[in-house]
Design a protein around this ligand. Structure first.
Ligand SMILES: NC(=O)c1ccc[n+]([C@@H]2O[C@H](COP(=O)([O-])OP(=O)(O)OC[C@H]3O[C@@H](n4cnc5c(N)ncnc54)[C@H](O)[C@@H]3O)[C@@H](O)[C@H]2O)c1
Length: 313
């Protein structure tokens, strides 16, 4: 099988490609990535020379390029996105272009070339927040930020293409990922970078916002499973039931780095800041037999060690 993976120079896409090259020796992968500020070819350095892998620099909104690449593959997996909520609050233009219009370009190409599968990598943020309970795949979408609204719009387009054209579409909605190679704008690598420089870390509001944390490699495994075993037209939530407040994550970092808690600085909260994300992942567990394989304790500790040694973070 030949895959077109978009956004493969980013955090999750680069881990997914590494996983797939290891798990499926006969697969070939084209990685289409625009290399925005968040894309880093260094993330793909260990497999860049693999004859089964090809990198193409380009934009998923470039219809001609996407059509050409789509004509060479059997499936598309769309990881490419503008992903930072704070940036979307500043200006959402690129979020709409990439996350909505880019998705439409990819769907059109998948339709034209009658692909075997189209998999949209989405997020638990499309459901919005909840103080208690868990969202399942039937829950209504209630995004809070321009980022999550653009992701929800991409999901809606996928569902409409499924219904209208009967395309073999799959959507995954995952909770917060942690792991190596993440761009240092997101909470964990951003805080580690600041702590390494001797600075304080800015925790939004009271720090009590809750996120569910899944190791990026477990996310890659789940997407592999959904690609092969998922039922066409279905959505799969992917979560770990590993809920922690942002403050707890920060305290855990400080503890591992043997730093005092006065390195925390509480700052004005993010506008519209979601209080808690929580998804019910029983569908992928029961129907496809997936479950997280990396314990939070172990995965978190090893990740921090990696960032402490990485020169760029
Ligand atoms: N990080 C998380 O915790 C998380 C959780 C759930 C879902 N997701 C979703 O997973 C996907 C990947 O997230 P990530 O954290 O790896 O993001 P990232 O920001 O690390 O990487 C995004 C990649 O997409 C590329 N890109 C951006 N715009 C592009 C365009 N127009 N054309 C081609 N490439 C483009 C960037 O260069 C970058 O390499 C996203 O769709 C995101 O919504 C992320």
């Amino acid at each position: 099988m030949k895959l077109l993976v978009t956004g493969g120079a980013g955090f999750i896409g680069s881990h997914f490609i590494r996983h797939m090259l290891g798990a499926h020796p006969k697969y070939r992968i084209i990685n289409l990535d625009k290399l925005t500020y968040a894309g880093n070819l260094g993330n793909c350095g260990d497999y860049a020379g693999d004859s089964r892998y090809e990198f193409v620099k380009g934009d998923i909104t470039d219809r001609r390029l996407v059509d050409d690449l789509a004509s060479q593959v059997d499936v598309i997996l769309n990881f490419a996105a503008e992903t930072h909520v704070d940036n979307s609050i500043e200006d959402s233009t690129e979020f709409i272009e990439t996350n909505v219009m880019g998705t439409q370009v990819l769907l059109e190409a998948a339709k034209k070339h009658k692909h075997r599968r189209y998999l949209q990598v989405s997020t638990d943020e499309v459901y919005g927040d909840t103080v208690e309970g868990y969202f399942n795949e039937e829950s209504p979408l209630k995004p809070s930020s321009p980022y999550s609204a653009s992701k929800a719009a991409g999901d809606m387009l996928c569902l409409a293409y499924r219904r209208t054209y009967g395309m073999p579409i799959l959507i995954t909605r995952c909770s917060n990922n942690y792991g190596t190679h993440q761009y240092p704008e997101k909470l964990i690598p951003f805080f580690i970078q600041k702590l390494k420089k001797g600075e304080k870390v800015p925790v939004y509001g009271d720090g009590l916002n809750i996120r569910d944390w899944l190791h990026v490699i477990d996310h890659a495994r789940a997407i592999d499973l959904v690609l092969h075993k998922g039922k066409e037209g279905e959505i799969y939530n992917i979560g770990a039931n590993e809920e922690h407040t942002n403050l707890e994550i920060t305290q855990r970092l400080l503890k591992q780095m043997a730093l005092p808690e006065d390195r925390i600085e509480f700052v004005t909260d993010r506008p519209g800041h979601d209080i808690r994300y929580a998804i019910d992942s029983s569908k992928i567990q029961k129907e496809l037999g997936w479950k997280p394989s990396i314990s939070f304790e172990k995965g978190f500790g090893e990740m921090v060690e990696w960032y402490l040694e990485a020169a760029s973070v």
